[in-house]
Write a protein that binds this ligand. Structure first.
Ligand code: FEO
Length: 178
């Protein structure tokens, strides 16, 4: 049985992960509005991945006899002044999520909750990847600077990211399902 303080903290993390999904979907909408479709695609894929993260916490709480209580999601930013600003926000957001995962890890260690620790180990590794990929794109944006051609090439490259199979965020998948 999951302890109440661990359940509460994980329940809060479901909200953080769903807010992440919502933020990245908002960024996808922004990129669509300025015709950077590859970056929009990357953000849609990221939005999907965040729902998977939320569901990992959702299932963990339930599997261990706890109750999930979905919380309100906060109002989101809907516009940005530059492409660079979006990627800066992405990196900062991932750093925020890393701090939340680290806080959870600290808590479950104090509580000797080995099942939760094992599950969170996946997230610790995942956050290294998440920060690294956002940081790499931000570096590349800074490298291409004012070059429109460079930006379009980067946009095309980011558009190659694969969706998880059957993703509800993939137009090809949901159009095929109709
Ligand atoms: Fe689920 Fe991007 O952290």
């Amino acid at each position: 049985m999951i302890k109440e303080n661990v359940r509460k903290a994980m329940n809060e993390q479901i909200k953080n992960e769903l807010e992440s999904s919502y933020i990245y979907l908002s960024m996808a909408a922004y990129f669509e509005s300025i015709s950077l479709n590859g970056m929009a695609h990357w953000m849609r894929t990221q939005a999907h991945e965040e729902t998977i993260h939320a569901m990992k916490f959702f299932d963990h709480i339930i599997e261990r006899g706890g109750k999930v209580e979905l919380l309100d999601l906060k109002q989101l930013k809907t516009s940005w002044t530059s492409v660079e600003e979006v990627w800066k926000d992405t990196l900062e957001h991932e750093q925020f999520i890393t701090s939340k995962i680290n806080g959870l890890m600290k808590l479950v260690r104090e509580e000797n909750d080995y099942a939760a620790e094992s599950m969170l180990t996946w997230f610790v590794k995942e956050q290294v990847e998440e920060e690294s990929s956002a940081g790499t794109v931000l570096d590349q944006i800074n490298l291409v600077q004012q070059s429109k051609q460079g930006l379009l090439m980067l946009d095309r490259e980011l558009g190659q990211r694969a969706f998880p199979a059957g993703s509800a965020y993939d137009p090809a998948a949901y159009n095929a399902a109709e």
